[in-house]
Design a protein around this ligand. Structure first.
Ligand SMILES: Nc1ncnc2c1ncn2[C@@H]1O[C@H](COP(=O)(O)OP(=O)(O)O)[C@@H](O)[C@H]1O
Ligand SMILES: [Mg+2]
Length: 595
């Protein structure tokens, strides 16, 4: 089937395979058409005979000038048909080409969605987009059109070579001596072209990244009056891009003049050598044979030039294809096991067991974590920033796997469950709220496409968001997000909480969900959170300790280890880090009160 399916698992992935797939389909069709026509052979023979008879009668009946006119008209029709079929051939080729491009782009996007979170930390956004758009487009140069062009010209060259060899083996050898160094040179130029083309594509990705980064951070750029600095940075990179492009053009434009010049040289050498043979008093070669050889040689020059041109073009495409398939083919380490278990209901506990973790690019971040969270508990995570709290939550969502030890849910290692099941159990609200460029309704019902209007309103009410949503211009149909209405931090936060409420997850995670809010919004959001916590397992990372009074257990994370855990009263009694953090904040509060 021609359609790409998102869940289609293992497709063999190389540009050639995409092309072959299409070509196979066409070949199949052609073979069938030929087979079909073969069956009708008898009928064709009959028709042929009939035509022959009528032509004879026709020529007997008409004058010579009439026949000439008719022949010309016939020729005109023939050429018209030829042009028409060329047009359709091109359309078919282009269609296949576009289809190959579409499949590759689909696979690229599909592959992106399967990448682990780490992938998006280690690749710049502009780089990824540039590969998906620009490099994929470059692959065009090496698809079917080039392949057929190559094939046609190879065939022509073969025919001419056979002609030449038949005429004179000696002179053919002579030609070969000149052709070999040319081929070697052309292939050297082509591989240089491939290298340079790759660099151009990389530079293009770099400047795409700068544009993207500047736009994303435009507030900072403007407020720090860094416009000129960013401009200078861009001009510098763009100049590098220009230089690399010129560098590449030098190689790519070298191919045609080089082959042109060398073919003239071959011709001259052959005329010289052949001329000597013809002029030889022993009559080593006849003038007629020599002319025939020369004609074949000259005729072969154009296809040879074409081969060189297409070959270098294909090399340019290969450079882009490598960049695209690097991303598609990069193995995904975080995948479901073949026999992954389902989990619909969280019924007992989450247990971190001697769990340690480091990011691929970092030192150890969490060390020997042992922690049990019972179903229905509300647990707070506190501690200095950089301690590893957010990382623990990311591990719970299986954005990463532990480096050693394990995390068990209901006594089963998380890695044995289906990843989507785990993520369906959990709902996370973070400090940084991500809204899609869509209506309020769609933003709230993200992940619950089936939700009814009533469900959505109920969730918004529970999140203390309903009222301000009604005050927006189009209420629930207002477009918010990147290009839509801008919401305040507290409003965004409440939309995110409504989203979490609607998802109705069994395990709720708040990662500093209220730290960026002012007192009033924080109160509103906090109230929504408390409402949500009932009958659920809740993990709250809190910056302000005033917000975690309702938690039955407090875990203090410091420098990657659990420094303390217990109830508020127990930890105050222990008189350690928690007490210190608490009194610092308490002092802040009293100072604020005094002001
Ligand atoms: N994607 C990442 N790659 C490498 N190191 C990271 C990454 N994310 C966080 N870290 C590091 O891990 C440590 C813990 O970070 P984090 O879990 O965000 O702490 P917290 O949430 O307690 O402030 C920090 O030292 C941080 O620099
Ligand atoms: Mg954090």
């Amino acid at each position: 089937d021609q359609e790409w399916k998102a869940d289609e698992e293992s497709r063999s992935k190389s540009t050639l395979s995409y092309i072959f797939k299409e070509a196979e389909w066409i070949l199949d069709r052609s073979v069938q058409a030929v087979k079909h026509n073969w069956k009708e052979k008898d009928r064709f023979d009959k028709i042929k005979d009939e035509i022959g008879v009528s032509l004879k009668e026709f020529s007997e009946r008409n004058s010579k000038s009439m026949i000439l006119k008719l022949l010309l008209v016939f020729a005109a029709i023939l050429f018209f048909v030829r042009s028409l079929s060329m047009y359709f051939q091109q359309i078919i080729f282009k269609q296949i080409e576009e289809k190959v491009i579409m499949f590759i782009r689909n696979d690229f996007y599909g592959a992106l969605l399967k990448k682990p979170l780490e992938f998006f930390h280690s690749h710049k956004l502009g780089e990824i987009i540039s590969r998906a758009v620009n490099d994929v487009k470059m692959i065009r140069g090496m698809t079917l059109n080039s392949a057929t062009n190559l094939l046609r010209n190879l065939l022509l060259v073969t025919v001419y070579v056979i002609m030449m060899v038949t005429v004179s083996v000696r002179m053919s050898f002579m030609t070969l001596f000149v052709v070999i160094p040319i081929s070697v040179t052309v292939s050297l130029i082509s591989s240089a072209l491939k290298r340079r083309s790759r660099k151009v594509q990389q530079k293009f990705a770099d400047i795409t990244s700068i544009i993207q980064e500047t736009i994303m951070n435009i507030r900072i750029v403007l407020s720090f009056a860094m416009g000129n600095y960013e401009k200078a940075r861009f001009l510098k990179e763009n100049r590098k891009f220009y230089k690399k492009s010129v560098h590449m053009v030098r190689a790519s434009q070298l191919v045609t003049p080089f082959t042109e010049f060398m073919s003239i040289m071959i011709t001259l050498v052959i005329i010289w050598y052949g001329g000597l043979l013809v002029l030889n008093p022993n009559n080593a070669m006849s003038a007629g044979k020599f002319s025939l050889f020369l004609v074949a040689l000259l005729a072969s020059l154009h296809p040879i030039k074409e081969i060189a041109r297409v070959y270098s073009q294909i090399n340019k495409g290969l450079a882009a294809a490598e960049r695209v398939f690097e991303i598609i083919d990069e193995p995904v380490l975080l995948v479901d096991k073949g026999d992954a278990k389902s989990i619909d209901v969280f019924s007992d506990s989450i247990v971190f067991e001697n769990m340690s973790f480091k990011y691929p690019s970092s030192d150890i971040v969490l060390r020997d974590i042992n922690l049990t969270i019972k179903k229905g508990e509300a647990v707070a995570f506190v501690g200095p920033s950089g301690g590893g709290k957010s990382t623990m939550m990311d591990l719970l969502l299986r954005f990463y796997d532990p480096t050693s030890g394990s995390i068990k849910i209901d006594n089963v290692d998380m890695r044995d469950y289906k990843m989507d099941d785990i993520r369906n159990l959990m709902g996370m609200v973070t400090q940084e709220v991500i809204l899609f460029d869509d209506t309020v309704t769609h933003n709230i019902s993200y992940g619950r496409q089936d939700a009814s209007k009533e469900d959505i309103v109920q969730a918004a009410e529970a999140a203390n968001a309903h009222e301000f949503i009604l005050e927006l211009e189009d209420g629930y149909d207002t477009i918010i997000g990147e290009r839509g209405v801008k919401l305040s931090g507290g409003q965004k936060q409440r939309i995110a909480i409504a989203r979490a409420i609607l998802k109705n997850p069994q395990i709720l995670i708040f990662d500093e969900a209220t730290s960026s809010l002012d007192g009033e919004s924080e109160y509103q959001v906090q109230e929504a959170i408390y409402r949500l916590m009932k009958d659920r397992t809740t993990l709250i990372i809190a910056h302000r300790l005033s917000t975690i009074r309702n938690c039955s257990k407090i875990v203090v994370i410091d420098k990657g280890i659990i420094a303390e855990q217990g109830s508020h009263e127990e930890l105050i009694e222990q008189d350690n880090l928690y007490k210190k953090l608490y009194s610092i904040q308490f002092r802040d509060f009293s100072e604020n009160d005094n002001n």
